[in-house]
Write a protein that binds this ligand. Structure first.
Ligand SMILES: CC(C)(COP(=O)(O)OP(=O)(O)OC[C@H]1O[C@@H](n2cnc3c(N)ncnc32)[C@H](O)[C@@H]1OP(=O)(O)O)[C@@H](O)C(=O)NCCC(=O)NCCS
Length: 214
């Protein structure tokens, strides 16, 4: 599966590797990173650079990607979008707001160990049983569970401003990623009850994408 196939055909995904040039960060965005140390500032620049490369496809590259009260990126031109970054990589996805209800992306370096305390929060019940069965692939699967839930968190937040917890989402691993559902859909009237979280591996990275239709 290619990176573009994580999302529907009307979405744009851009990955930036290495370091970003400061001039690709809009002046209005620089204020969002005021007070950041060098490492967070570099990650911020990677994410915004990826976002601007998405905006270039719509002729909107001179517009800033600002930040909402929940920390979420606000894309111009009625676009929905999501940003993620990890050491040496920034990634962004955008899609038309009328078609996309919510969208989320997450990226991690493959081989990253998930803290055991977080692992216990991320995976419970059948998810934890899947991990036990995964044997030597358990660390990789745990990272994918984590990444998928972060992508789902961003997608549901962009859908309706809801902040899901790890236990609010249940994931079943499958060949292309995960089938996901809300654990207690009756608690969330109006939210999509199920979704897919698709996986891409390349460049030493693990990327998970979630799209919720409008
Ligand atoms: C918001 C959160 C998902 C960001 O994840 P992270 O691993 O810290 O960082 P990432 O590189 O993956 O993503 C960072 C980007 O997420 C985006 N983001 C921040 N808050 C967001 C929100 N509420 N909704 C959507 N996107 C958000 C921002 O664009 C941010 O980058 P920027 O500050 O440079 O603009 C994470 O900090 C968090 O709060 N998680 C909640 C716990 C959780 O994941 N639960 C899962 C429930 S299913």
């Amino acid at each position: 599966m290619s990176l573009a196939h994580l999302f529907s055909a009307d979405c744009i995904v851009e990955l930036v590797l290495g370091s970003a040039r400061a001039e690709e960060v809009h002046a209005d965005e620089r204020a969002l990173a005021a007070g950041y140390g060098p490492e967070p500032a570099a990650l911020f620049a990677l994410g915004r650079t990826a976002a601007h490369r998405c905006l270039r496809h719509y002729g909107l590259e001179s517009q800033p990607v600002l930040r909402g009260a929940g920390g979420e990126p606000i894309f111009p031109g009625g676009l929905k979008g999501s940003i993620a970054h990890t050491e040496g990589a920034g990634i962004a996805v955008t899609g038309p707001g009328g078609i996309i209800g919510g969208i989320g992306i997450d990226v991690e370096r493959r081989g990253r160990q998930v803290n055991p305390d977080i692992a216990r929060k991320v995976c419970r019940g059948p998810e934890a049983a899947n991990l036990e069965r995964a044997g030597e692939n358990a660390d990789e699967l745990l990272l994918a569970f984590f990444c998928a839930k972060e992508a789902a968190y961003k997608a549901f937040f962009s859908y309706s401003g809801v902040r899901l917890r790890f236990e609010d989402v249940e994931l079943d691993p499958g060949p292309e990623g995960f089938r996901g559902r809300l654990a207690e859909p009756e608690r969330w009237p109006g939210l999509p009850k199920s979704f897919r979280a698709l996986t891409w591996r390349g460049e030493g990275l693990l990327v998970l994408g979630v799209t919720l239709p409008s």
